[in-house]
Design a protein around this ligand. Structure first.
Ligand SMILES: Nc1ncnc2c1ncn2[C@@H]1O[C@H](COP(=O)(O)OP(=O)(O)O)[C@@H](O)[C@H]1O
Ligand SMILES: CC(=O)N[C@@H](CCC(=O)OP(=O)(O)O)C(=O)O
Length: 258
């Protein structure tokens, strides 16, 4: 796990690691050893996870169709119940168990646990998808102060308790901003942003915007780069999109060579 190549050795004080659904199946001892090493160096670690492939499977098994727009799942009332049971009932406890078995002290949470305050993003277009209005920092801070790693699934609710599906990258970025993380690491199934088949080591915000326009960046990569750019724009110093080796693309806000 590197920070940007030029600022390597010191461990960040706070890091949000987002584990994508496909990555979860490949999580191994080395990853957990990396997380533990960071904690030993004094880093506060917060883990956010998705679960796209597991959700797809469960929706298909239940004969519930779903589509995505710009990487965001259009979530019907029927689908949101399935998403909740997969993320909160299956994926989260499995991951928490794995981390604890590996020697960490981790606890499972979702946005539903009084952690995220949400509204509907746009009910007509996306259905039961949440837009995060507020993050309850106190809960996260209390856990971190006690050496406990919060493991947060990307699911929340409206004020009246209506369950809402939220993209994992979006949850990770909002939490990173709320707790003033120094680093956001988005771990996925591709070793960084690829353009014409080549992994890009360092990219800028303007290059990303051009690649979205040219559709070299599409689907699930869109919420990732949006999350990355939001964090950089609001002052988080380091954002990376990495594959399972935890090496990949570093994203810079500024055109450093301009
Ligand atoms: N330019 C790009 N470089 C790499 N992957 C891309 C790019 N554009 C779109 N993608 C797609 O984004 C996917 C990662 O997003 P997603 O499947 O949502 O991952 P996760 O479950 O980790 O959030 C890749 O597997 C790939 O299909
Ligand atoms: C609204 C929305 O898109 N929710 C996502 C939540 C899971 C997720 O983000 O999983 P990954 O991290 O594996 O992509 C979904 O239903 O797939």
């Amino acid at each position: 796990m590197t920070m940007s190549k030029s600022t390597q050795p010191t461990a960040p004080k706070r890091i949000v690691v987002k584990l994508g659904g496909s990555m979860l199946e490949r999580l191994n001892e080395n990853h957990i050893a990396n997380f533990k090493r960071l904690q030993k160096q004094g880093t506060d670690l917060i883990i956010v996870h998705g679960g796209g492939p597991a959700i797809n499977k469960q929706l298909a098994e239940n004969g519930v169709a779903s589509t995505t727009i710009g990487g965001i799942r259009v979530t019907s009332k029927e689908a949101v119940t399935i998403v909740q049971s997969v993320l909160v009932g299956q994926v989260n406890p499995t991951l928490v168990h794995q981390l604890n078995k590996g020697g960490m002290t981790a606890i499972g949470l979702s946005g539903y646990d009084n952690l995220l305050t949400c509204d509907f993003l746009d009910k007509e277009t996306y259905g039961f998808v949440g837009e995060i209005k507020e993050v309850n920092n106190n809960l996260i801070e209390t856990l971190l102060a006690n050496g406990i790693t919060p493991v947060i699934s990307c699911f929340g609710c409206a004020n009246d308790g209506t369950p809402l599906n939220i993209n994992g990258d979006t949850v990770a970025s909002k939490i990173a901003l709320a707790i003033k993380a120094e680093s956001l690491l988005l771990v996925t199934d591709t070793p960084g942003i690829k353009i014409n088949g080549e992994v890009q080591q360092v990219v800028t915000a303007s290059a990303i915007n051009n690649w979205i326009e040219s559709e070299d960046i599409y689907g699930g990569m869109i919420p990732k780069v949006t999350a990355a750019l939001d964090c950089l724009a609001e002052g988080i110093p380091s954002v990376q999109i990495v594959g399972e080796s935890l090496e990949g693309t570093t994203i810079l806000q500024q055109e450093v060579f301009a």
